[in-house]
Design a protein around this ligand. Structure first.
Ligand code: ADP
Length: 409
C-alpha cells in the first residue's frame, strides 16, 4: 500500500511517501516557512535520486499539501501517475492527551477530541489540524489515520503518571505525565521484542536521545514509566531544554531575573540544556564532543564535558530506577540522533554498570556511527543486552495507517 506520511509543524510540513509492501520511502520532502514570507518546498524522488527546491507561496497547510501533491504527480520529479496510487494518509500527532491510547482512523469525533488537546501542545495541535484539513481539502476521499506520540505511554498506571499536586489540577486541567516520543519508543521496543523473541516477562529501557530526549521503561511490551512529563520539557537534559529541575527554581528565577511566565518557559525550553550549560556555545552534541576531544586547550572543554556528564548521570539514574521499577532488566536500547551516533556517550553510560551485569564491546561500539542497521553492542557475557536500534517513526506511522485502513475495508 502507498501511504503518505505527514508531519505537520507550526510552519512546516514534512512528508514521506511509503510503499508498505517493501517498507521503502519512494519520495519525501519538506515545505518550510508556511504562512511566512519565503516559503519553499524541497522534494526528493528517491527511486530516481532526483531533488528539487522551489520557492513557492504557501499561505497555509492546505496550499502546502496541494504543492506536495503536484510534486508527487510531476512527470519528472513525481513517483505516481494518479492520486489513486495513494491509498491513505498517516499523520504524526504530538499530543493525544488521555483521549488516545492507540492510532485512530480520522472521524468527526476523533478530530473533535484532537481539538481538545490544544492546551497540551499549543504549537503543534493547530498545525496538525491544519495538516489534516489540508489533506481533506486536497484529497477528501482518502482515509486518514492519526498516530499519537503520547499513545504508547497510556499504559502507565496512576502512580506513574500522577503528580503529587492538589488532585484538582489533574481532574480539572489534565495535569499529569503524558510522555512523548511514544512512536519512537514503540518502534524500537517492538524491534527489541523481536530480537528477544518474546513479549511476556520482558523488561526493556528504551533511550531516545536526540535534540529532544526521553527514556522509557517497557515491561511486557507496555510502557510502565517514561521520563517526559506533562510536557516534553521534563526528563533528561536536552539540546536546549533543561529537563527535570527542582520546581522551586521556577518562581525563584522568575523573581530574581524578573521574568514573565512566557520568558521563564522560553529560558527552560530554548536557552537551557547543552546550550545553557555551555554558556551559549552549542546545543549540538557534536560540537560538545569536539570540545571534549580537544581537551582543556578548547575554551569550551570544561562546560561541554560537564553538559555531557550531566546527561550521562541522568541516563544511568533512569536505567537504575527503571530496572528497580520493572524488577529487572533484559535490554537497553539506544536510538535517535545522539543515541544512534554518539558512541562515547553510549560507552560512558554503560560504564561502571557491572552491578547490573551490563558490559558492552567498546571497540565495536566506537565504530557504530551513522549506520542504518540494528547492532548488538553488548558482549556475550553481558547479563543485559545493549542494542543500537535506528528509529523509524514514519515507518510505524505507515504500518499503523495500512493496518487501520485494511481493518476498515
Ligand atoms: P530531533 O530530536 O530534533 O529529532 P535528532 O534525533 O536528529 O534530533 O538528534 C540531534 C542530535 O543528534 C544532535 O545533538 C546531534 O549532535 C546528534 N547527532 C546527529 N548525527 C550525529 C553524528 N553523526 N555524530 C554524533 N552526534 C550526532
Amino acid at each position: 500500500m502507498n501511504v503518505l506520511v505527514v508531519n505537520a509543524g507550526s510552519s512546516s510540513l514534512k512528508y514521506q511517501l511509503f510503499d508498505t509492501n517493501t517498507d521503502t520511502v519512494v519520495a519525501k520532502g519538506i515545505c518550510e516557512r508556511i504562512g511566512i514570507d519565503g516559503s519553499a518546498i524541497e522534494h526528493k524522488q528517491l527511486l530516481k535520486g532526483l531533488k528539487i527546491e522551489e520557492k513557492r507561496a504557501m499561505k497555509n497547510h492546505a496550499e502546502a499539501m496541494s504543492i506536495v501533491v503536484e510534486k508527487l504527480l510531476d512527470s519528472t520529479y513525481g513517483c505516481i501517475s494518479s492520486m489513486d496510487e495513494i491509498e491513505a494518509v498517516g499523520h504524526r500527532v504530538v499530543h493525544g492527551g488521555a483521549y488516545f491510547s492507540e492510532s485512530m482512523l480520522l472521524s468527526d469525533d476523533v478530530l473533535a477530541k484532537l481539538r481538545l488537546c490544544h492546551d497540551f501542545a499549543p504549537l503543534h495541535t493547530p498545525a496538525h489540524i491544519q495538516g489534516i484539513e489540508g489533506c481533506l481539502a486536497v484529497m477528501p476521499e482518502k482515509p486518514q489515520v492519526l498516530v499519537f506520540d503520547t499513545a504508547f505511554h497510556q499504559t502507565m498506571k496512576p502512580e506513574a503518571f500522577t503528580y503529587a499536586l492538589p488532585y484538582e489540577l489533574y481532574r480539572d486541567y489534565g495535569v499529569r505525565r503524558y510522555g512523548a516520543h511514544g512512536t519512537s519508543h514503540r518502534f524500537v521496543a517492538g524491534e527489541m521484542l523481536k530480537i528477544l523473541g518474546r513479549t511476556e516477562g520482558t523488561k526493556i529501557v528504551t533511550c531516545h536521545i536526540g535534540n529532544g530526549s526521553s527514556v522509557s521503561a517497557v515491561k511486557d511490551g507496555k510502557v510502565m514509566d517514561t521520563s517526559m512529563g506533562f510536557t516534553p520539557l521534563a526528563g533528561v537534559e536536552m539540546g536546549t531544554r533543561c529537563g527535570d529541575i527542582d520546581p522551586a527554581i521556577v518562581p525563584f528565577m522568575m523573581e530574581k531575573l524578573n521574568l514573565t511566565p512566557a520568558e521563564a518557559s522560553d529560558l527552560m525550553n530554548k536557552k537551557s540544556g547543552f546550550l545553557g550549560v555551555t554558556g551559549g556555545y552549542s546545543s549540538d552534541s557534536r560540537d560538545l564532543e569536539k570540545a571534549v576531544a580537544e581537551g582543556p586547550a578548547n575554551p569550551h572543554y570544561e562546560q561541554a564535558n560537564l553538559a555531557i556528564n550531566i546527561l550521562k548521570l541522568q541516563l544511568k539514574k533512569l536505567i537504575g530506577a527503571y530496572a528497580a521499577e520493572m524488577n529487572g532488566l533484559d535490554a537497553i536500547v539506544f536510538t535517535a540522533g545522539i543515541g544512534e551516533n554518539n558512541a562515547r556517550l553510549r560507552e560512558i553510560v554503560c560504564e561502571d554498570m557491572s552491578y547490573f551485569g551490563i558490559e558492552i564491546d567498546k571497540e565495536l561500539n566506537a565504530k557504530m556511527v551513522r549506520q542504518p542497521n540494528i547492532v548488538k553492542l553488548s558482549t556475550d557475557a553481558s547479563k543485559v543486552a545493549v542494542y543500537l536500534i535506528p528509529t523509524n517513526e514514519e515507518l510505524l506511522i505507515a504500518r499503523d495507517t495500512e493496518a487501520l485502513v485494511n481493518a476498515a475495508k
